[in-house]
Design a protein around this ligand. Structure first.
Ligand code: C5P
Ligand code: C5P
Ligand code: C5P
Length: 465
């Protein structure tokens, strides 16, 4: 079916529901998808009960009641229809709003789904929050006030990374936010922390692209800012968002010149940025990428409801707790990243891997893997294995790679789905970022098998999907 049909099936199911159970993922895209969908449904006067899960697995399926409520799955479900079928969830009682690779139910149950992977390239780079927004907007155009949450979800799931800005339908959603006055789109430096980080730290932290003479060297960054008259002293705290247009322009042109002088491409130096002008200046809610990190900090540390409250507009007690979660999350991710780099990864041939044991929760190792990879061999995917705190018989797998590796034929979702199934585990996700749970004890064989599958993908060359 096409997008129009799928979306009208979805809105029809929602309108006919007496009550909804909304099952969502705990990351930024999951929390924003949930917040959009929950608000759109409540506005229709239909009661909604949220359930956040780390992942749909046999154990977490217990949190999904098999009752008369309409079950809506956001940012998960497309890859776990087998579990819904096993749990006996009837097709007319389930709606999936997702962007993960579809893995149909083996028994043939046809669950209704709006999945951005179904409708061609215009939709391909749209996360679950984008899908949820399109459904919400179809339910009522007044839901356009939720566009900023969709932008946060899209940016949080890296939909803007490769293209240095949102594209296709996700960009259309950002424009919708501009129209309602809640989103400001601008061009600027492709750095993280433009609203909250003192500019020299923001520049020194840049690793994609590497800024010659600046990345990794806050003092050199501060010296440059003093030379340009943007800082008065090295301890200045101005952020990028504080700059006047002529200062931003001057900084951009000097950094660009430095890159050109070093023979580096300036292609990734600038990106489209998404700001929320109604939020407090210098707060992490001012731009989409920092807002997304705050939600990840809540969700991935088992407090998704705090993130949800922030999306619903809480700027009091729950927001202060979210700020605390963000500080903690950042310091642990930084530590994890250093741990991976200091310990070193093992080169398996076609991928590199590290086992972090009990040191870090399974919900964050993927983020650390993604960040550490930028400082490792970026031509090979990275796999992090770790123990799962409350499930001693399981091992969590997270994999990350780069778009240029996908172009060599690599597909992490395919490799993990196949290998995990062979070892009685379950895996899924995206070609560029995927995960799995496998039984403890088979790690070495699993690593060998995934390496072999990825070697095969490299050998086959062109993308097979
Ligand atoms: O799909 P799921 O939302 O659960 O994946 C979240 C993780 O995958 C995030 O860490 C995000 O950075 C990463 N991801 C990515 N590129 C994509 C999709 C997800 O790096 N295209
Ligand atoms: O720079 P810092 O070590 O504080 O960054 C850690 C946190 O910031 C992580 O949670 C990471 O998700 C987020 N971050 C990001 N993108 C970047 C840099 C940091 O999302 N480019
Ligand atoms: O946990 P992590 O961030 O590494 O997950 C990366 C991607 O893999 C996410 O999209 C997540 O939803 C997916 N995943 C999955 N099945 C699992 C674990 C993760 O589909 N068992």
């Amino acid at each position: 079916m096409g997008f129009i049909e799928d979306i009208s099936t979805a809105t029809g199911m929602i309108r006919n529901a007496d009550a909804v159970t909304l099952v969502s993922h705990i990351d930024a895209d999951g929390i924003t998808s949930e917040a959009i969908t929950a608000q759109a449904i409540s506005r229709l006067g239909i009661p909604v009960t949220p359930v956040f899960v780390r992942q749909l697995e046999p154990l977490t399926m217990r949190h999904v009641p098999n009752d008369d409520t309409l079950k809506i799955f956001t940012d998960l479900g497309a890859g776990q229809q087998n579990l819904m079928e096993e749990a006996g969830l009837p097709a007319d009682n389930v709606l999936i709003l997702d962007h993960h690779i579809n893995q149909p139910a083996p028994g043939g149950t046809q669950y209704s789904q709006v999945n951005s992977q179904f409708y061609g390239p215009e939709y391909a780079k749209c996360s679950a929050a984008g899908v949820a927004y399109l459904v919400a907007r179809k339910l009522d155009p007044a839901n356009a006030d939720l566009a900023e949450l969709a932008v946060v979800g899209n940016v949080g799931d890296m939909m803007a990374r490769e293209t240095c800005g949102l594209v296709g339908i996700a960009r259309w959603i950002a424009d919708d936010g501009v129209e309602s006055g809640r989103v400001r789109i601008t061009k600027g430096l492709n750095c993280y922390g433009l609203s909250t980080r003192p500019l020299h730290l923001c520049l020194a932290n840049s690793d994609d692209p590497i800024l010659p003479g600046i990345s990794g060297d806050p003092k050199a960054a501060a010296d440059l800012l003093i030379r340009l008259g943007i800082y008065e002293k090295p301890s200045d705290q101005r952020v990028w968002e504080d700059l006047h247009a002529d200062e931003a322009k001057l900084l951009a042109s000097v950094v660009a010149e430095q890159m050109i002088a070093n023979g580096e491409s300036t292609e990734r130096l600038f990106a489209e940025l998404y700001f929320f002008p109604h939020e407090t200046e210098k707060s992490p809610l001012r731009n989409a990428s920092e807002y997304a990190t705050m939600l990840n900090a809540c969700g991935r540390w088992a407090k998704p409801k705090i993130g949800e409250a922030v999306c619903f507009g809480d700027r009091g007690q729950q927001y202060r707790e979210a700020e605390h979660m963000l500080r903690h999350h950042r310091s642990i991710i930084r530590e994890l990243c250093e741990y991976i780099l200091d310990t070193g990864v093992t080169d398996a041939g076609s991928m590199q891997w590290i086992h972090t044991g009990d040191a870090y929760p399974d919900t964050i190792v993927g983020i650390g893997a993604g960040m550490a990879l930028s400082k490792l061999d970026t031509t090979k995917p990275i796999m992090v294995l770790c123990n799962v705190a409350d499930e001693p018989d399981l091992v969590k797998i997270s994999m990350r790679t780069y778009e240029k590796v996908l172009r060599c034929g690599v597909d992490l979702q395919a490799a993990l789905a196949v290998a995990a199934a062979e070892f009685n585990g379950a895996g899924g996700g995206h070609n560029i970022a995927a995960g799995a749970y496998i039984p403890k004890g088979c790690e070495d064989d699993f690593i060998r098998r995934v390496n072999e599958l990825i070697a095969g993908q490299f050998a086959a060359g062109a993308p097979h999907r």
